[in-house]
Ligand binder design. Structure first.
Ligand code: ACO
Length: 422
């Protein structure tokens, strides 16, 4: 296999060829500017490998997603979110004993310090829970040591994972003016989150098996997705040696936008808009094709997946099952199915390889489970937390790691003098 050769302004530069374990080929340009003075231009980083990573493999053409080598379909069916979190963060499946201790640790560390819990009272009731989650995640650095000692890092990982669901649920309780409850020791991660969301101090909440299983699946499906916008943000912030909490908080903020994690909320808003407009889904597929309309089919398209999103396939099936189990019939589901059917046949979507992504069906499932819409992206953040932590750790220990600092092509005015009189 040959290295690449770049010819530029009469000079030739050999650029080393790199190959990953799944035969992905890359051209190493890390010395390009030093040798030639030139930089590369890649808006949105669609062709840029920012790191070497052993965490998650995605093949967007074939619809493959694997965490540490394990196919997402197998993990979604057979494991728990805690186990997947351990796998992503520490690289291998835990032994039975280690898993038991890990689960206990995540519960032990899910209680929010009293002073920190008081912060919730200072947010207006209308605050978006993503803003609260980002702020509270960053504030954890004020309560726990910001140290790079392995032992502290390990504890901080457990605190962050344990508390993220508690912070999320408390922000919901705050938004509806309801009192919060403490986590339960007997419940697994997903079930514990549902308890924190829906129990009240005076009414015991029974976490149904269907709800716990579905929440577990949803969290697993969101747990990592290699160098997406929020994970790259966590790595970017962490590359300055910012602590884990600050880096994870930046990840929450990056996830918030409707082109990323915010899409699950945007999908429901879109479906509601179509419903309010008489359910005319054909009109909206036409609108999405018109670039001047500014309207896109939310939950469609993906930077990496160009045939199907394997997470969407799992969720589409889960969606039918859960709604049937919970006895919920949702007219938005019919609109979603119709939109999908028409878009999958339409040349505009077919040519551009636009398929439903993970967010297309997750919102409908959350709705059926009684999760309010402004919590959808928060659930994504809880699910993605192990991925962010795993990437933060990998970035920190990367021997090639440097502070992230891209270059630019300056296109502004060339030098000019400030006018002497004005
Ligand atoms: N509806 C209509 N047209 C679309 C859509 C859509 N949802 N997505 C892409 N297109 C069109 C674009 O207009 C463009 O057309 P053109 O080539 O004629 O100009 C072409 O498809 C490529 O689109 P890009 O925006 O260049 O694709 P990119 O890879 O940059 O964006 C993204 C991917 C952001 C996901 C985009 O498809 C989108 O906005 N989707 C809707 C929002 C969404 O569902 N986001 C969730 C993503 S999954 C996640 O974050 C977990």
């Amino acid at each position: 296999m040959d290295d690449a050769n770049l010819h530029l302004d009469g000079q030739s530069y050999a650029l080393p060829r790199l190959e990953g374990t799944e035969a992905e080929v890359a051209v190493d340009i890390s010395k390009l500017r030093g040798q030639s003075g030139a930089i590369t231009y890649d808006p949105g980083y669609g062709n840029t490998g920012s790191c070497k990573s052993a965490i998650t493999f995605v093949d967007g053409e074939k619809g493959i997603l694997r965490y540490r080598g394990y196919p997402i379909e197998q993990l979604a069916e057979h494991t728990s979110f805690s186990e997947v979190a351990y796998l992503l963060i520490y690289g291998d499946l835990p032994s039975v004993e280690t898993l038991r201790e890990w689960r206990d640790d995540l519960t032990t560390h899910s209680f929010i310090p009293e002073k920190m819990a008081r912060l919730f009272e200072h947010f207006p009731q209308s605050a978006h829970p993503m803003g609260v989650l980002s702020a509270l995640t960053a504030s954890m650095s004020a309560y726990y040591p910001d140290s790079n000692e392995a032992e502290h890092v390990d504890l901080n990982i457990r605190r962050l994972l344990g508390q993220v669901k508690t912070i999320a649920a408390y922000s919901y309780k705050q938004s509806i003016g309801a009192p919060s409850v403490l986590p339960r020791r007997d419940l697994e991660y997903a079930a514990n989150f549902l308890h924190l969301m829906f129990a009240t101090p005076d009414v015991e909440y029974h976490v149904s098996e269907v709800m716990a299983k579905t929440m577990n699946t949803l969290l697993i499906l969101h747990a990592d997705h290699e160098q997406n916008c929020s994970t790259s943000t966590v790595r970017m912030v962490g590359s300055s040696e910012a602590n884990l909490y600050a880096s994870a908080s930046a990840g929450v903020s990056a996830l918030w936008g409707p082109l990323h994690g915010g899409a699950n909320q945007a999908v429901i808003e879109m479906l509601e808009r179509i419903q309010a407009d008489g359910g005319d889904y054909k009109k909206y597929t036409e609108l999405a094709k018109d670039k001047d309309s500014g309207f896109r089919l939310m939950g469609f398209g993906h930077r990496v997946y160009k045939n199907f999103d394997p997470r969407a396939t799992i969720l589409k099936e889960a969606c039918d099952e859960v709604l049937a189990d919970l006895g919920v019939s949702d007219p938005l589901l019919d609109i979603a199915r119709n939109l999908e059917e028409i878009a999958l046949k339409d040349d505009f979507f077919v040519e551009r390889k636009l398929y439903p992504n993970v967010d297309f069906y997750s919102g409908i499932i959350y709705r059926a489970m009684g999760i309010p819409m402004n919590m959808f992206t928060v659930l994504f953040a809880i699910g993605r937390m192990p991925g962010w932590i795993a990437h933060w750790l990998e970035m920190r220990d990367d021997p090639d790691g440097r502070i992230h600092r891209p270059r630019q092509i300056y296109i502004g005015p060339t030098e000019r003098d400030y006018p002497k009189t004005r």
